[in-house]
Design a protein around this ligand. Structure first.
Ligand code: SF4
Ligand code: SF4
Length: 88
């Protein structure tokens, strides 16, 4: 699937969070696309399946634990801010 244009609207259908030991049924899936910081219902990290998810590969995402750490954009911004702060 990598390289093809992926329809982000399909992400909840392809998301494999439901099989993850960390997941709690909070009515949400595809946390990687979420603009929120984190899902308040999920507080304990017990492993993350994102690296083996077809959405992760198709979107060339780089992070994990989207449910507890926020979506890809949020985590990327946080990483870049931290890198910038270290350079100051
Ligand atoms: S990358 Fe993770 S959060 Fe995103 S759709 Fe896949 S399993 Fe769900
Ligand atoms: S984002 Fe990762 S850790 Fe969270 S439920 Fe989905 S696969 Fe599991």
């Amino acid at each position: 699937m990598s390289g093809e244009k992926f329809d982000a609207g399909m992400a909840p259908k392809k998301c494999i969070c439901i099989s993850c030991p960390t997941y709690k049924d909070c009515g949400e899936l595809a946390f990687c696309l979420s603009k929120k910081e984190a899902c308040k219902a999920i507080t304990e990290e017990k492993g993350c399946l994102c690296q083996s998810c077809p959405v992760h590969e198709a979107m060339s995402f780089r992070h994990a634990y989207y449910c507890t750490s926020g979506g890809e954009k949020h985590q990327t911004t946080k990483t870049e801010k931290a890198r910038y702060a270290r350079k100051q």
